[in-house]
Ligand binder design. Structure first.
Ligand SMILES: *[C@@H]1O[C@H](CO)[C@@H](O)[C@H](O)[C@H]1NC(C)=O
Ligand SMILES: *[C@@H]1O[C@H](CO)[C@@H](O)[C@H](O)[C@H]1NC(C)=O
Ligand SMILES: *[C@@H]1O[C@H](CO)[C@@H](O)[C@H](O)[C@H]1NC(C)=O
Ligand SMILES: *[C@@H]1O[C@H](CO)[C@@H](O)[C@H](O)[C@H]1NC(C)=O
Ligand SMILES: *[C@@H]1O[C@H](CO)[C@@H](O)[C@H](O)[C@H]1NC(C)=O
Ligand SMILES: *[C@@H]1O[C@H](CO)[C@@H](O)[C@H](O)[C@H]1NC(C)=O
Ligand SMILES: *[C@@H]1O[C@H](CO)[C@@H](O)[C@H](O)[C@H]1NC(C)=O
Ligand SMILES: *[C@@H]1O[C@H](CO)[C@@H](O)[C@H](O)[C@H]1NC(C)=O
Ligand SMILES: *[C@@H]1O[C@H](CO)[C@@H](O)[C@H](O)[C@H]1NC(C)=O
Ligand SMILES: *[C@@H]1O[C@H](CO)[C@@H](O)[C@H](O)[C@H]1NC(C)=O
Ligand SMILES: *[C@@H]1O[C@H](CO)[C@@H](O)[C@H](O)[C@H]1NC(C)=O
Ligand SMILES: *[C@@H]1O[C@H](CO)[C@@H](O)[C@H](O)[C@H]1NC(C)=O
Length: 832
């Protein structure tokens, strides 16, 4: 009895609490916020209230933090210099419309506005409204960032109002007061750059915006999930970064002066750092003085180097590895209307633009002329590298703070006399040389070599064609009969004599019943897949590529020939292609069994695969992938490995399909021209998802996910509304709790050796580690699977999406050969 009453009381209390104390995102004239209460944004993403930072429990600050993240992560502080010294603080709007923080009726802090309400939005923005209808925004916290930039928040200057949105670090983790580091956009000169200051000394410079990113920040390229937008017009200069899907991400300047992008990784409940700067000593502002570059990538050498045409100002300090004195123009160097040229330096962060001019209306060639016309012009570069180069930056006088990267950065052209460049090029092939005999010599030599090579090829080809009973690509004989008589084994890349069949369009049309829907097997980013049957009864799978592949016919055939030679028993065979009437098609062997996904994710068919079978499948996939990566003639990165892209033959041997499609389709071209990234959610490695950067290690990541799926019989789904962990996160937690055996697919019963399964799980976790260089190579994975060696302990797995409104993404289902498709694949456009 009593218990029921108590219970009812409790419910009433909770309802009351929910109604009046939480779940409201607005304060207004009559509704203030006491210490202990929270404003929560309508989608429950951010909360605003009083907090104490770090171990500092005496001081209370009004701040905004993530509502859902267990680790208190403050993204904005209202009264960073004016804490409340006890827990009686109140945030309210006073009768004159000012928002104030009061402590026992003493005013601690106030914003002097004539406002009627203030609302916390789901973006993390705290917005003040003039009227109750919430129409006129008077003030917003996004305009006054503290140490954090959130997605869709502008960073930069409003040229009209003079409002500069910059970041200032906290004093310490226990004190959100203004610290010693400041990060801001500056427009000294004509080209905006971002500087990091420590106590008003410049310590790092990003360089100007190149159209894709900052010249000096190669790691922050736009990727599949991350993109940024730069605006420089009469009214503002600003950068905004956007996260696609719903990855929780923030850019923060921390107490020790490090800028970093952090993503919340739900699987492990941690912030994972994606990028950080300054990175190394070359990032120190003007580390090498004037007219020099900084390059850390030649081991053991002094990082500072004079630019071409310059020599150390002080030989002694240079010798002692102190570059701060910089360099001088070579003594006898005359670069004023005296046959001077430009030396190209690639992958650099361009010099400080304080003495630079910008002209967006001319291209690189006119830029060179412009620079040549003025004797004090020392270098030039493209202002926007995103489409082959637009605009022109010219430097007059000193060139300071240049550095080199191995990847990223942009090209810089340095004025130098022709004789110096020729001299330099003799010793160093790294520089591009113009108007010199050397280049002609090389050119002619290259042509001669190419010609003789081509002759050899033709002669050899002729010889071979005679002996060859199959049709060859070059002769273009469309003779199917000879193919039909042929019988080929599935040996491992043994024979040199692999020929690609050129199928006739009419053959394909009749075999697929004119691409009838009944024969359609799937549809995806690259096109649709149809089943076909040749007149001799052989079944084929035809992949009809979408029309605008951007690749020429010859190029296409060359790629097909290359890929067709890649043969392994764990790879689906590419038989040939068909190029006719603007159509491009790939013809594969057909496998009657469906994709691995239709077995492992299926309650009934899953039991067909016992542990032994599954292990064999894992090893088979690993072998196939290792072959693609290491042993075939062309290194192929699959880029879209997933359960539905692994087909099973009649005896349940796995065969990887769809490899090389990106190559055939001109994958690099796709990314360069249309900015599309192809891949499938859940299998995408963090570096691919974020930066669009793929490597063999991205495939290793996908393999790891696939391995865990095979063992658990569960999809690495990313659509978990209830905040439950996804598969990788789940396995990782179980592994850390020594309960990894619990994740094994219940369909396997007890019929497996737990040590073997645990070993496989461990290998899977090693493959999905967050940092690409910690993941093993596929060859090592094969070795680990087949030998009982000691394995290292897996580190934290790569990030796991948090999905709140995934529907905002453009999905398209993906095609795979020989089966229907139920996995989603993504083709996204990134804004650059
Ligand atoms: C917050 O409170 C105001 C007035 O007290 C009310 O009009 C509004 O609907 C509430 N909002 C939410 C999200 O509960
Ligand atoms: C605030 O309270 C006063 C009286 O206390 C009332 O007259 C007024 O309408 C209220 N305003 C709002 C916006 O609720
Ligand atoms: C908080 O921790 C710092 C070191 O991290 C220490 O110096 C300081 O005294 C601590 N403050 C309090 C109030 O405990
Ligand atoms: C807190 O601040 C108020 C006024 O701002 C002051 O009167 C009070 O003495 C302070 N309390 C402590 C414990 O410092
Ligand atoms: C504040 O705004 C209200 C309504 O717009 C107006 O009536 C009032 O005069 C304003 N007060 C001040 C001090 O500007
Ligand atoms: C904002 O930056 C601009 C250019 O860097 C500068 O001229 C202006 O004074 C700054 N405004 C404020 C309010 O600091
Ligand atoms: C760079 O060029 C691209 C392509 O024309 C354009 O979309 C982009 O806005 C340009 N960026 C800047 C900063 O001018
Ligand atoms: C500058 O760019 C911003 C953002 O794209 C735009 O809202 C604004 O109207 C532009 N201003 C001018 C003067 O073009
Ligand atoms: C600041 O960030 C860097 C890089 O993420 C990290 O190494 C460092 O420990 C951080 N400093 C503090 C005080 O958190
Ligand atoms: C530095 O040494 C080089 C050769 O070693 C010499 O040509 C040059 O004149 C020296 N420079 C100075 C400033 O002494
Ligand atoms: C850019 O170059 C063109 C062609 O040389 C010239 O007409 C134009 O005035 C230049 N613009 C600026 C801003 O210097
Ligand atoms: C060369 O450029 C500098 C800097 O822009 C300028 O001051 C100078 O007048 C120019 N000289 C000539 C000859 O155009």
């Amino acid at each position: 009895m009593c218990k029921t009453k108590l219970f009812i009381l409790l419910v009433v209390f909770i309802l009351f609490y929910v109604q009046f104390c939480t779940s409201n995102d607005t304060i207004s004239l009559n509704k203030s916020l006491k210490d202990g209460d929270l404003l929560v944004s309508s989608g429950k993403l951010f909360a605003l209230g009083f907090f104490s930072p770090g171990n500092n429990s005496n001081n209370r600050y009004v701040g905004i933090w993530y509502y859902n993240i267990p680790e208190l992560t403050v993204v904005w502080v209202a009264n960073r210099e004016n804490p409340v010294n006890d827990t009686y603080g109140v945030l309210s709007i006073d009768p004159t419309g000012n928002l104030v923080i009061l402590n026992r009726n003493t005013k601690i802090f106030s914003w002097k506005f004539n406002i009627s309400s203030a609302q916390l939005l789901d973006s993390g923005n705290f917005v003040f409204f003039h009227d109750t209808k919430k129409e006129v925004v008077v003030w917003q916290s996004f305009d006054y960032p503290t140490n954090t930039i959130l997605p869709d928040m502008k960073f930069g200057n409003d040229k009209k109002t003079g409002l500069n949105r910059s970041l200032t670090s906290w004093k310490s983790v226990n004190d959100p007061g203004s610290g010693e580091y400041v990060y801001k956009i500056e427009i000294n000169g004509l080209v905006p750059q971002v500087f990091l200051y420590k106590n008003s000394n410049r310590i790092w410079r990003t360089g100007p915006w190149t159209g894709l990113g900052w010249s000096g920040v190669p790691g922050m390229r736009p990727g599949f999930i991350f993109s940024s937008k730069y605006v420089d017009n009469e009214s503002e200069v600003s950068v905004t970064f956007t996260m696609k899907d719903s990855v929780i991400s923030r850019l923060v300047l921390n107490e020790s002066g490090m800028m970093s992008i952090l993503n919340w990784q739900e699987g492990v409940n941690k912030w994972v750092q994606f990028w950080s700067a300054p990175e190394d000593s070359c990032d120190d502002y003007v580390h090498c003085g004037k007219f020099s570059t900084c390059n850390l990538y030649h081991l053991g050498e002094f990082e500072c180097k004079c630019l071409v045409g310059y020599e150390p100002r002080e030989n002694r300090s240079w010798y002692l590895r102190d570059g701060s004195q910089g360099c001088l123009r070579l003594k006898d160097e005359n670069v004023c209307r005296n046959d001077e040229v430009f030396a190209k330096l690639s992958n650099v962060k361009v010099p400080d633009t304080y003495n630079a001019r910008l002209n967006m209306s001319i291209g690189l060639q006119e830029c060179e002329k412009l620079c040549l016309r003025n004797c004090s012009c020392s270098a030039y570069a493209s202002a926007n590298v995103s489409i082959g180069g637009i605009g022109c930056i010219t430097w007059y006088g000193d060139l300071i703070d240049t550095r080199e990267f191995t990847d990223g950065g942009q090209d810089l052209y340095i004025r130098v006399s022709a004789s110096t460049l020729a001299q330099f090029s003799k010793n160093n092939s790294g520089y591009n040389m113009k108007r010199t005999i050397a280049i002609m010599t090389i050119f002619i030599a290259a042509i001669l070599i190419a010609l003789s090579f081509a002759c050899c090829l033709v002669i050899r080809k002729r010889k071979r064609d005679k002996e060859d009973q199959f049709t060859s690509l070059n002769t273009l004989t469309k003779n199917l009969a000879s193919y039909e008589n042929s019988s080929r084994g599935n040996e491992m890349d043994g024979s040199e004599q692999v020929d690609v069949l050129i199928f006739d369009l009419s053959t394909i049309i009749s075999s697929t019943d004119d691409f009838s829907d009944a024969n359609k097997l799937g549809e995806g980013g690259f096109g649709s897949v149809y089943k076909g049957q040749l007149s001799n009864g052989q079944e084929i799978a035809v992949k009809r590529l979408s029309k605008n592949s951007g690749q020429g016919v010859e190029e296409f055939k060359n790629e097909v020939t290359l890929i067709a030679r890649v043969q392994h028993r764990n790879l689906v065979r590419l038989l040939g292609c068909c190029v006719q009437r603007g159509e491009k098609m790939l013809i594969y062997e057909y496998l009657s069994n469906k994709g691995l996904d239709s077995f492992i994710f299926d309650k009934t068919k899953g039991s067909l695969l016992d542990w032994r079978k599954r292990f064999e499948i894992i090893v088979g996939i690993a072998r196939g992938l290792s072959y693609l990566h290491h042993d075939s003639r062309v290194r192929i990165i699959h880029r879209d490995l997933k359960a539905s892209n692994v087909l099973l033959d009649a005896s349940m041997h796995p065969k990887i399909s769809d490899f090389g499609t990106a190559r055939i389709f001109g994958g690099d071209q796709i990314e360069a021209n249309t900015n599309r990234v192809v891949g499938t959610y859940g299998y995408m490695s963090p570096e691919y998802a974020m930066e669009g950067h793929f490597s063999v290690k991205s495939d290793v990541f996908s393999f790891g996910v696939l391995l865990l799926e095979i063992i658990t019989g569960r999809k690495n789904t990313t659509h978990n509304q209830d905040h439950s962990l996804n598969l990788v996160g789940n396995v990782w937690n179980s592994w850390n709790d020594d309960k990894a055996i619990d994740v094994v697919d219940p369909l396997l019963g007890d019929l497996y050796e737990s040590s073997e399964v645990l070993r496989c799980i461990q290998i899977g976790l090693l493959c999905v580690q967050s940092y690409a260089n910690e993941r093993p190579m596929m060859s090592q994975v094969v070795f680990m699977l087949c030998n009982d060696t000691k394995l290292s302990n897996p580190g934290q797995p790569g990030f796991v999406y948090k999905s709140r409104n995934s529907s905002s993404l453009p999905y398209s289902s993906s095609a795979s050969i020989g089966n229907s498709v139920n996995d989603i694949s993504i083709t996204a456009q990134h804004a650059r």
